[in-house]
Design a protein around this ligand. Structure first.
Ligand SMILES: [Zn+2]
Length: 160
């Protein structure tokens, strides 16, 4: 049985780096369970959009990105609403703007009932830039969100 044990150890070695434990630290925010690290983004969202954030938000490891692009987060709307944020994505994307874009996008779905908007504005960049934060992909990696943050927040929340 020695070979089996070696095989098992090998399996563990290979599996460990990809399976770092998802560290969750839920806190109570307006009566909902929210990851502590996400709270500052919710406070800002409330300031910006004048809408109280009443929704559960938790970290998990999102597994269903095998066939498509990476799924960084999603809004689960059936029954008890939840925003799920992929823990690995969160840990590897530490830029505040990029994290904000993701959280605001999901709040757009879950709280403001907005769907995706693939429209592009052909200003500033020859290839255009997304008209809305509800663009189906995170675009802040290249700075467009940070540069036009005020515009995107207005577009999301409306002027008033
Ligand atoms: Zn979306």
């Amino acid at each position: 049985m020695k070979w089996l044990r070696s095989l098992l150890y090998l399996g563990l070695l290979v599996a460990l780096p990809a399976c770092a434990v998802v560290k969750v630290s839920p806190v109570n925010y307006r009566g909902y369970s929210v990851e502590k690290e996400i709270v500052p983004y919710l406070v800002k969202f409330e300031e910006n959009c004048k809408t109280p954030v009443k929704i559960h938000i938790r970290f998990e490891r999102i597994k269903w990105d095998i066939w498509s692009d990476e799924v960084a987060a999603y809004c689960f709307k059936f029954g008890v609403k939840y925003i799920h944020v992929d823990y690995d994505w969160w840990v590897s994307h530490t830029l505040k703007d990029v994290r904000e874009e993701l959280i605001y996008h999901e709040l757009g779905h879950c709280l403001l009932n907005r769907g995706h908007d693939k429209t592009k504005l052909f200003v500033d960049y020859p290839g255009g830039r997304p008209k809305s934060i509800m663009y189906p992909y995170v675009f802040g990696y290249w700075g467009e969100y940070g540069l036009h943050r005020e515009y995107y927040i207005k577009e999301l929340c409306g002027d008033e």
